[in-house]
Design a protein around this ligand. Structure first.
Ligand SMILES: [Zn+2]
Length: 153
């Protein structure tokens, strides 16, 4: 094995479209990803009870606050196209593929919001970049607290 120093350090080529890449895309949206955990921690601190990954609900929101009739989506800036965010760049290679992929993500997100609103839920979108630093987390906590207070008045 010593004679094959490159075997472990090969640079991966970009994946061509196909089943393998599709599988990777599916894995990107995992349950309990770090930004979701940040939001869950803030909600716990605010004393709110919530459910996560509610697949039985239309739109299967990441976090559901039943008592408050509020659904929360925690979106990755790149995949869900956070407007004017540096993280939502478009790769130069295969740009047609990416633009199509992004457009379908955004359409699906809009549809989910509509479905939840029809059921009387209000929807909050938290972007990944809003969970990244302590300062942003503090801002996010204030925003979530405001959302909840408004509903109790
Ligand atoms: Zn962002």
């Amino acid at each position: 094995m010593r004679n094959r120093p490159n075997s472990k350090h090969r640079i991966r080529k970009p994946l061509a479209p196909g089943p393998e890449r599709s599988a990777i895309f599916r894995r990107v949206k995992q349950k309990g990803t770090a930004p979701e955990v940040v939001v869950q921690t803030l909600l716990t601190r605010l004393g709110v009870s919530y459910s996560t990954n509610v697949s039985a609900m239309p739109g299967s929101p990441d976090i559901l606050l039943r008592e408050h009739l509020r659904a929360i989506f925690v979106h990755g800036c790149f995949w869900h196209r956070h407007p004017s965010c540096l993280a939502s760049s478009t790769p130069k290679r295969n740009s047609e593929f990416w633009l199509e992929k992004f457009a379908s993500n955004v359409r699906r997100d809009r549809r989910k919001v509509r479905e939840l609103r029809k059921l009387g839920y209000r929807v909050t979108v938290v972007w990944e970049c809003q969970t990244k630093t302590e300062g942003k987390k503090a801002m996010l906590e204030r925003r979530l607290a405001r959302c909840l207070e408004m509903e109790e008045q």
